[in-house]
Design a protein around this ligand. Structure first.
Ligand SMILES: [Zn+2]
Length: 159
């Protein structure tokens, strides 16, 4: 009972918004950069290198009164697969999910191949994503080339 009360108080740090938890350490700052919160006027709580039973150490981000778009969610999932995202309303968790790497990414990433048609025609890129060990690979459906996650400028510029 005591434990539950404590948990509740912990989550209730924000009234409305999102809590992104179980972020692998180091990715918290990248996610903050991605969300472009430099001039955000509301409360942002950030915890870095917190102890985590599940992953050893973790980062956590709490955003008051901020929604997260599907596009942002996909980008966060690419940086921190396995992280959890909870939507908070009136101090209660109304929705929670574990972020998974999308198998397809449309229009979000630029193709690193300069000769790829997506770089000179108005076409949305489409990448198939798959795991290679702990790394991710992105396969461009237009030029058929395969790229490492760190080759994608859209992601690496956040590093
Ligand atoms: Zn391409």
């Amino acid at each position: 009972m005591q434990q539950q009360k404590h948990q509740l108080r912990h989550v209730s740090a924000i009234k409305n918004g999102y809590v992104i938890d179980h972020i692998p350490t180091g990715q918290g700052l990248r996610i903050l950069a991605l969300l472009n919160l430099a001039i955000y006027p509301k409360v942002i709580t950030v915890g870095l290198n917190l102890p985590s039973k599940r992953i050893g150490k973790k980062d956590i981000i709490k955003l008051e009164d901020r929604s997260i778009s599907n596009e942002e969610e996909s980008r966060i999932a690419l940086l921190a697969p396995g992280a959890t995202m909870a939507r908070i309303r009136n101090y209660a968790v109304i929705k929670k999910k574990t972020l998974e790497i999308p198998s397809e990414i449309t229009g979000l990433l630029r193709c690193p191949n300069r000769n790829c048609i997506t770089n000179y025609e108005a076409i949305d890129t489409l990448f198939h994503v798959y795991r290679a060990g702990t790394q991710l690979r992105m396969h461009c459906t237009y030029c058929e080339r395969v790229f490492h996650q760190q080759d994608m400028t859209d992601l690496s510029q956040l590093a």
